[in-house]
Design a protein around this ligand. Structure first.
Ligand SMILES: C[S@@+](CC[C@H](N)C(=O)[O-])C[C@H]1O[C@@H](n2cnc3c(N)ncnc32)[C@H](O)[C@@H]1O
Length: 302
């Protein structure tokens, strides 16, 4: 939180976007530091998060706007608000504590809930639809690609068997099925074997990497000179995308290495604020164990 605020807020009278407002923790801290003309636009694709954070942020009046929307549509959302560019954008990717613990949508492998996993309840396809109807080869690819799951083939085969007797209907049923395919590690602190499968299916249902890609594509044109973008990732797939994109922004030139001189003429778009991602301290992890896997990367528009 401290690093995010320090990086993002360059001008207390500026306009900022929190693209993943969740329950409004970061937004509240940002809003508290804004001056009378500062403005914060908050988005979440989850209507319940929008409702909760609207309540929490209501005290800031017109300086804070909370909207239901996808950060991959940020360009259009800002256009509709009459706002061309902003001073800073924050994305805190992944799931909120509310979604994991209280939404009842089957995000957690330790709860028995319907297999939904949609962040945006207006989307049509649920986790249950994917698990029970996708061709097994495609399911296997999703598990391997988005979960980096080595036993993807075996898990997909077990899902196939289950389809014959009513399908996989609940999060606990899926967790038990994965456990029967992937032996539990005896190492202390080892991840639950279902972690990778749940991550993979959630990423596919919510098209998380496509949305991040859409945002990264538009970000350079949405941030003012000296404005900043800060992104918190929670798994290596999204962190890799952010890391590679920021490196490309900083380089500017897209000419092949072999070319002796730049021919593309592309200028750098951003300067990275740190060469390496920032990770939480032991102390922060002790206070908030879910911050364990977080990596923060930030860049400034040049
Ligand atoms: C880790 S939580 C954010 C927590 C928030 N920073 C806070 O302080 O409470 C991630 C949130 O991002 C939302 N989200 C994920 N992908 C999104 C997208 N493409 N567009 C908008 N919101 C998204 C989720 O619905 C979830 O509420």
């Amino acid at each position: 939180m401290d690093e995010v605020l320090q990086i993002l807020l360059t001008d207390a009278e500026g306009t900022y976007v929190d693209g993943t407002v969740g329950s409004g923790g970061h937004s509240e801290a940002l809003a508290k530091r804004l001056g009378p003309n500062g403005r914060l636009i908050c988005l979440d694709r989850d209507a319940e998060a929008v409702r909760l954070s609207r309540e929490r942020l209501g005290a800031f009046g017109e300086r804070v706007t909370v909207l239901k929307g996808n950060f991959s549509d940020l360009r259009t959302i800002l256009e509709n608000l009459g706002q061309e560019k902003v001073d800073g954008i924050l994305l805190d990717l992944g799931l909120s504590t509310f979604q994991l613990d209280r939404s009842g949508r089957g995000f957690s492998f330790s709860r028995d809930e319907a297999l939904d996993m949609r962040m945006d309840q207006d989307e049509r396809v649920t986790a249950g639809d994917l698990v029970n109807t996708l061709p097994l080869k495609e399911l296997e690819t999703i598990l391997r690609k988005y979960g980096e799951e080595r036993r993807a083939k075996r898990i997909a085969a077990l899902v196939g068997k289950e389809r014959g007797s009513g399908g996989v209907r609940s999060s606990l049923q899926l967790a038990h099925l994965v456990e029967s395919a992937v032996p539990r590690s005896n190492r202390p602190g080892a991840k639950n074997p279902a972690t990778r499968t749940f991550q993979a299916i959630r990423i596919a249902v919510n098209r998380e990497l496509e949305n991040l890609d859409g945002f990264l594509e538009d970000a350079p044109s949405l941030i003012r000179k000296e404005g900043r973008v800060a992104i918190l990732s929670y798994h290596s797939l999204e962190d890799r995308m952010v890391k590679q994109t920021m490196a490309r922004w900083e380089k500017g030139c897209t000419c092949p290495r072999e070319l002796p001189r730049c021919a593309c003429g592309n200028d750098p778009l951003f300067r990275r604020l740190h060469k390496k991602g920032i990770k939480p301290t032991e102390e922060e992890i002790a206070q908030n164990p879910r911050s364990r896997s977080a990596v923060l990367r930030a860049a400034e528009r040049v």
